[in-house]
Each structure stands twice: as structure tokens, then as C-alpha cells.
Ligand binder design. Structure first.
Ligand SMILES: N[C@@H](CCC(=O)N[C@@H](CS)C(=O)NCC(=O)O)C(=O)O
Length: 216
């Protein structure tokens, strides 16, 4: 089963897919698209993903984008462990947690947004960092309130990690990248310890990627 992943060490959306592939023990070839160097705008990559973002997953010649859709496809290919539950209520809950980061918080800190803040509003690097810290912290605060309502046991939906944990772990990674404080969010910290205690999460962390080692 040949899988390629257009990937970048710093990409939070790619992190989600890396964790899913690791949890499912599905080998893949990573192809780096250096977002910091603007390689997502290369015409060759526009052919691969017309949205000009990573990740893109290629399986047997078919291309898939959007981390949530990719993970649903991986659940179809390799249902064990399932990352998006089949039970309708649990499925809705898992996806509602996932979308706090995927749809509401993380997009506000994407490279295209950071670039636009500088180009259109003269925001300097420190202002852009502060912007990213604010929206990352807002996402973490939402997760903290949600986890207080339904405590993790030990993962968000129970015994095993799902898409919800992947996205909350991704939000923790964003906090590291933007130096956002985690201390106000004890439920998030506890869940993060469970997640990054697993090799699949630890291996997928941005700082463990080859591209990070090369650029630092
Ligand atoms: N909702 C998308 C997010 C895709 C996305 O925005 N990816 C970022 C990296 S995390 C990207 O490639 N951004 C390029 C840019 O903003 O120019 C997903 O979950 O896959």
C-alpha cells in the first residue's frame, strides 16, 4: 500500500495526519513542501493541491486534502485503530472537539494569515506572534472548558485516542510554537501528557521531523 504525504515539519494539519498514520502503523513517504520558503505556491504543487496548502495524501495515485477528510479516508483503509468513531453520538462529539482546532482556532494562525497581517496592516514580527498566541490560547481555553464538562478518561472519548486527541495535541504543539502558556489549562495538560506518552504522537511532533533538524 503506497502512501505519500506532502508534509512540512511545522504544519499543524500535517502533524494530525502524521499522528494518524503512526497510530495505524501505516508506512508513508514524506515529501517536504517548505511553507516558510513559499514552496506551496510552486506550479508543480498547485497541480497536486489546488488549495496550495499541506497536507496532501496520495494513495495509489488518488490525492486527498484536508486533514479531517484524510483521516476519515485512513479509517476506511485501516480501521484499526479507528480514529473517528462510528457511533453517531460519539462521532459528533469527536468531530466537534476536532473542529475547534481545525476550523476555528488553527486557521487564524496559518502562514497566509500571518503574511497578510504584515503585508496589509504593517504588523511586525512581534505583533504577528502576539496574534498567533492570542488565537492559540483561545483554542486551548475552549478545549479546557469542554474537557471540564466531559473529563478525559484518559483520552477525550475514553480508553483510546481519536481525532479529538490528535487535534488537542496539535493545539498544544501550536502553544509551544507561539510560546502560549499552558498552565491555565490543567485538563489540556493532562490530556497532552497521555498523548505525547505514546510513540505515535511523539514521533509526529514537529521537532522530531527531518526538516526541523535541517532548518535548526
Ligand atoms: N484545514 C486544513 C488546513 C490546511 C492548512 O492551512 N495548512 C497550512 C499548514 S498547517 C498551510 O499549508 N498553509 C499554507 C499557507 O497558509 O500559505 C487541514 O486541516 O488540512
Amino acid at each position: 500500500m503506497a502512501i505519500q504525504l506532502y508534509d512540512f515539519w511545522r504544519s499543524n494539519a500535517a502533524f494530525r495526519v502524521r499522528v494518524a498514520l503512526e497510530l495505524k502503523r501505516m508506512p508513508f513517504e514524506a515529501i517536504e513542501i517548505d511553507l516558510l520558503a513559499g514552496r506551496q505556491f510552486d506550479p508543480a504543487y498547485a497541480e497536486v493541491n489546488p488549495e496550495l496548502v499541506v497536507p496532501t495524501l496520495v494513495h495509489n495515485g488518488d490525492r486527498f486534502s484536508q486533514s479531517l477528510a484524510i483521516i476519515e479516508y485512513l479509517d476506511h483503509l485501516q480501521p484499526d485503530p479507528r480514529l473517528i468513531p462510528l457511533d453517531p453520538r460519539e462521532r459528533a462529539y469527536a468531530q466537534s472537539l476536532a473542529l475547534v482546532s481545525i476550523a476555528d482556532s488553527h486557521p487564524l494562525t496559518a502562514p497566509r494569515v500571518r503574511k497578510h497581517l504584515g503585508a496589509a496592516f504593517d504588523a511586525d514580527a512581534a505583533t504577528v506572534e502576539a496574534w498567533c498566541r492570542t488565537w492559540t490560547s483561545e483554542g486551548l481555553a475552549a478545549y479546557e472548558r469542554l474537557l471540564a464538562k466531559r473529563p478525559a478518561a484518559p483520552f477525550a472519548l475514553g480508553a483510546a485516542p481519536t481525532i479529538a486527541d490528535i487535534c488537542i495535541a496539535g493545539q498544544i504543539v501550536l502553544a509551544e510554537l507561539y510560546d502560549a502558556k499552558l498552565t491555565p489549562f490543567p485538563n489540556v495538560i493532562a490530556l497532552g501528557e497521555q498523548c505525547f506518552g505514546l510513540a505515535a504522537f511523539a514521533e509526529a511532533h514537529p521537532y522530531r521531523q527531518r526538516g526541523y533538524a535541517i532548518q535548526h
